[in-house]
Structure formats: structure tokens, C-alpha cells
Design a protein around this ligand. Structure first.
Ligand code: 13P
Length: 340
């Protein structure tokens, strides 16, 4: 275990004004996204699309790292350079999603547990050789009638902790992603309660599994109103509740916290991050690790047509730039300047 490398990677992942691009959609998720813009989900189309994102000129100013899917880590640019090497040359750290997806949790109807621990250490060894310096594991917590159960929260926290320990042993920084889904009619108060309970369970499990808080990154879901709840909390309330929960649960020793966008609109994800990053006296830097909120406009512009590449890259660059500003709490001021 190379602790100096772990510390260096973790610090670089949350460097000022930069965040992560999550481009690790499984082939199934990719199919849904591609279908929405009429693109066939072939291996080559997935390569072409990811290549479009990674080769966007200047995007390295805003991206510290990219989370890749196994297939992408083995693919190359149009010029035959492995994506991992291409990204490293640009100063962007390659990362890898290592979980095998959220599966039904036995005896807990409507709840999931993330699988993928079997053989994980061996896979991590290979991923390190292929250039990955951080990893991601996503757990899914659903809010509903009588759920989440204690069983679901603890099963997922335990799996996340075992994954994180294996990563650190392999000198790969683990991203811990316990996503509390925004789907449902629940209130923001309920989301806050569940998020706090989930994070408490995760950090207790991480400590029990000897995971160093200094060498892991939390990927948190924001505390928001359920998608179908009549009262949708405003930006400041989301920011206050989210930061309150993080302060209660995340060790000050953590190098930083990144957020997922979880189905929020592109602009809401940016506004929420901006409001949180503007707060004074935070114990850690906050930044983005978005998939949809960074990629949506680019995917819609691209539509699988090579002729749309430059326009799609421009759209992607814009979202990366806006989120880079938001991570420093400078986005709103920039908007106001532009409007003046
Ligand atoms: P979204 O930003 O689209 O929620 O995706 C982030 C992610 O990596 C989910 O695992």
C-alpha cells in the first residue's frame, strides 16, 4: 500500500476549481441514454461518445478525474492512444467503477444491495496496472413506505467498507457513494434523516474495516425534496441541510466531498453546489462528480453524428466550466456579471 500515492491522488481529485466526470455508465444505462437521442448502443458508439468527452479541448482546466467503465478503460482514442493514458497525459486522473451493480436484497422487498466483492482485490491489481488511481462503488438507498430498513443500510455500508479497504490496500483511492435516491413523494426532512443515518452507518463501517479517512472520498447525494413531493425546497435550504448532515457525519480528516447529480436539472446541480461551496468554514473542499448534469447537453447535441462533434464538445465544456466555477462558489457572481 502506497500511502503517499493515496494522499496525492485524493488531494488531486478535489483540487481547487476541478471536479470529476462520471462516465462510468454501465452498458445498460448507456443504452437508455443513447436511446433518448436515437443512437444505437454499440461498443464503437460508446467509444466514440466517450472519446468526444475526453478530447474536448481545455476541459482539463475543470476536470481532475474521470470515472470509467471497465470497457472504456480498455478502449482507445481515434489515434490509438489508450483512454487512460490519454487522460493522464492531459493531467486528468483515470478512475474505474468496480461494483457489479445494485441487486435485490433478499427478504427486503423494494431494496437493493450492491454486489461485486468477490475477486475484487485481483481486479484492482489489474486496474492499477491499466492506470486507474481511484475507484467508485455505488450503493442505492430508496426512501418509501417503511424503507429504508436498517438491514439495507447496514448491508450496503458493510459492502462499501470492504470495497474501500481493498482499494486502499491496492493504492487506489475509493470513492464511497451511498446514493439516497430522490425518487418518491417524501419530504426533504425525511431525506435529511435517511441521509444522516446512511452516512453514520457508512463511516462506522469504514472505521471498523480500518479504512483511513484521509484516503477516501465521499460521493454524496444532496439533501433534496422527493421528486414527487409538492414542496420542492429552494437552493439555500438544500445547501444548508446537505452541509449540516455532512458536518455531522464526515470526518474532518476527509480530503473532500464530491456530489452526484442524481436526476437534478443541470442548472439545479450547479446552483446547489455553488451555494454549498460559498459557505464559510467548511472542513473540506466540495466539488462535483456528475454524470447527467455534465453530459446531458453534449449528448443531446451529438446525436451520434460526427458532424455535431465540435458543438457537443462546446456544450460539454460549458457545463464543466460552470461547475468548475460553482465548486469555488463563483458561479452566481459570474452569471450576474454576464447578465449586466
Ligand atoms: P449522476 O450525476 O447522473 O447522478 O451520476 C453520478 C454517478 O456517478 C452515479 O453513480
Amino acid at each position: 500500500m502506497d500511502t503517499a500515492l493515496l494522499a496525492k491522488t485524493a488531494a488531486a481529485m478535489v483540487a481547487k476549481g476541478k471536479g470529476l466526470l462520471a462516465a462510468d455508465e454501465s452498458s445498460g444505462t448507456c443504452e437508455t441514454r443513447f436511446k433518448s437521442v436515437g443512437v444505437e448502443c454499440t461498443e464503437e458508439n460508446r467509444r466514440a461518445y466517450r472519446g468526444l468527452l475526453f478530447t474536448t479541448p481545455g476541459v482539463e482546466q475543470y476536470l481532475s478525474g474521470v470515472i470509467l467503465f471497465d470497457e472504456t478503460l480498455r478502449q482507445k482514442t481515434n489515434d490509438g492512444v489508450p483512454f487512460a493514458q490519454y487522460l493522464s497525459n492531459k493531467g486528468i486522473i483515470p478512475g474505474i467503477k468496480v461494483d457489479a451493480g445494485a441487486k435485490n436484497l433478499a427478504l427486503c422487498p423494494g431494496e437493493k444491495v450492491t454486489e461485486g466483492l468477490d475477486g475484487l482485490s485481483k481486479r484492482l491489481e489489474e486496474y492499477f496496472k491499466l492506470g486507474a488511481r481511484f475507484a467508485k462503488w455505488r450503493a442505492v438507498i430508496t426512501i418509501g413506505e417503511g424503507i429504508p430498513s436498517h438491514t439495507c443500510i447496514y448491508a450496503n455500508a458493510h459492502a462499501l467498507a470492504r470495497y474501500a479497504a481493498a482499494c486502499q490496500e491496492a493504492s487506489i483511492v475509493p470513492i464511497i457513494e451511498p446514493e439516497v435516491l430522490l425518487d418518491g413523494g417524501h419530504t426533504i426532512e425525511r431525506c435529511e434523516e435517511v441521509t444522516e443515518e446512511t452516512l453514520r452507518a457508512c463511516y462506522a463501517a469504514l472505521a471498523a474495516h480500518r479504512v483511513a479517512p484521509e484516503h477516501q472520498i465521499l460521493k454524496a447525494s444532496m439533501v433534496v425534496s422527493g421528486k414527487n413531493n409538492a414542496r420542492q425546497a429552494g437552493v439555500d435550504e438544500v445547501a444548508e441541510r446537505t452541509v449540516r448532515v455532512l458536518k455531522r457525519t464526515v470526518p474532518a480528516a476527509a480530503p473532500g466531498v464530491v456530489f452526484l447529480s442524481g436526476g437534478q436539472s443541470d442548472e439545479a446541480a450547479t446552483a446547489h453546489l455553488n451555494a454549498m461551496a460559498s459557505m464559510k468554514g467548511l472542513p473540506w473542499p466540495l466539488t462535483f462528480s456528475y454524470s447527467r448534469a455534465l453530459q446531458n447537453p453534449a449528448l443531446k447535441t451529438w446525436k451520434g453524428q460526427a458532424g455535431n462533434l465540435a458543438a457537443a464538445q462546446k456544450a460539454f465544456h460549458h457545463r464543466a466550466h460552470m461547475n468548475g466555477l460553482a465548486a469555488q462558489g463563483k458561479w452566481r457572481a459570474e452569471l450576474e456579471k454576464q447578465a449586466a
